[in-house]
Design a binder for this molecule. Sequence first.
Ligand SMILES: NC(=O)c1ccc[n+]([C@@H]2O[C@H](COP(=O)([O-])OP(=O)(O)OC[C@H]3O[C@@H](n4cnc5c(N)ncnc54)[C@H](O)[C@@H]3O)[C@@H](O)[C@H]2O)c1
Ligand SMILES: O=c1ccn([C@@H]2O[C@H](COP(=O)(O)OP(=O)(O)O[C@H]3O[C@H](CO)[C@H](O)[C@H](O)[C@H]3O)[C@@H](O)[C@H]2O)c(=O)[nH]1
Length: 325
Amino acid sequence: MARSVVVTGGAGFIGSQICKRLASAGIVPVAYDTLEKGHDWAVRWGPLERGDIGDGVRLAEVLTRHKPEAIIHLAGYIEVGESMRDPERYWHNNTTKTQTLIETAEAHGVERFVFSSTCAIYGTPRTPLLAETHGFKPASVYGETKLAVEQMLRAPQRRIRSLALRYFNAAGADPDGEVGEAHDPESHLMPLAIDAMLGMGQPLSVFGDDYDTPDGTGVRDFVHVADLADAHARALDYLADGGTATALNVGSGQGYSVRQLIDATARIAGRPVPHSVGPRRPGDVAKLVCDTALIQRELGWSPTLGLEAQIEHALRWRRQMPRPS
Ligand SMILES: NC(=O)c1ccc[n+]([C@@H]2O[C@H](COP(=O)([O-])OP(=O)(O)OC[C@H]3O[C@@H](n4cnc5c(N)ncnc54)[C@H](O)[C@@H]3O)[C@@H](O)[C@H]2O)c1
Ligand SMILES: O=c1ccn([C@@H]2O[C@H](COP(=O)(O)OP(=O)(O)O[C@H]3O[C@H](CO)[C@H](O)[C@H](O)[C@H]3O)[C@@H](O)[C@H]2O)c(=O)[nH]1
């Protein structure tokens, strides 16, 4: 039987890129997704199994049919701002339903589990770069829901072996232009800046310019979605080879401010990004930049595509991506 891996959230931005990466390694990626936020057109490299991670019966059916060697779990809600306005939805979808997924996976003998965690679990950094050993004090409900899942996975009774990948800000699009970010509504900085520049969206609102950063706007660490996908392929091998780390950061190690991103987008596209400064967004922190030493050591992973390639790929994608009419 062919090797297979279930990718929850496999019809989403990052999940679809992971499916492509797994297929290139000869693994059948089974996308398990409600399609509430994802798209059937993004499932191109393996079967789509429509279902909710909170539905144990449907999950059991899919695990019995495909007998995956591992699960990569991305399904969830992803917006920091929304999690502050509607915390219960986030706790339910991201944490409660993940418990069903983990228990069903264990009951079906799945041995390995890679979880999409986030640098949002650290809270306000006490050091310039965030290492895995930094303490946890999430500034948002979104971050809290992810931290709770990490703790669930590390509980002593767990049989499944897991690795949490704490992504910084996923950016860019498939370098071949086959899939990319298509959230509706979009909330992320890079696609919103590009849409504003293309005249396909509202002028960008900069969420605060009074942070304690060099230009006053928030600083983030952008990691190309194809590099991120590659980290997951390595994580599967790492777990299969007996790797013992339980959580690794995935970022570039470089911080860029909102203003720097606006300027870089305008420079690359040759057109200005219409924008204005608005209030801070609840749940945001000033600066999140990754210490990449541990993932380099454990997975031999380092980023290959920087900010310029991220903007170029995202720009090409947003010019031609399917949009609701
Ligand atoms: N985008 C980032 O910068 C970033 C950073 C850190 C962590 N993450 C995490 O990575 C994961 C994927 O993010 P993304 O940007 O690809 O988001 P996305 O919204 O594009 O993909 C998430 C997918 O999960 C599906 N989904 C949601 N709830 C589900 C459920 N209960 N059952 C089945 N499917 C469900 C959605 O339909 C969607 O296709 C998320 O867990 C997110 O928290 C993302
Ligand atoms: O219209 C906007 C959107 C964003 N920003 C700013 O741009 C930066 C990045 O914001 P995003 O919404 O693009 O990304 P977040 O850092 O809030 O969150 C993303 O990365 C996190 C990790 O940092 C998460 O895990 C989360 O899932 C993912 O959405 C922040 O300073 C934010 O305030 C704006 O100024 N205007």
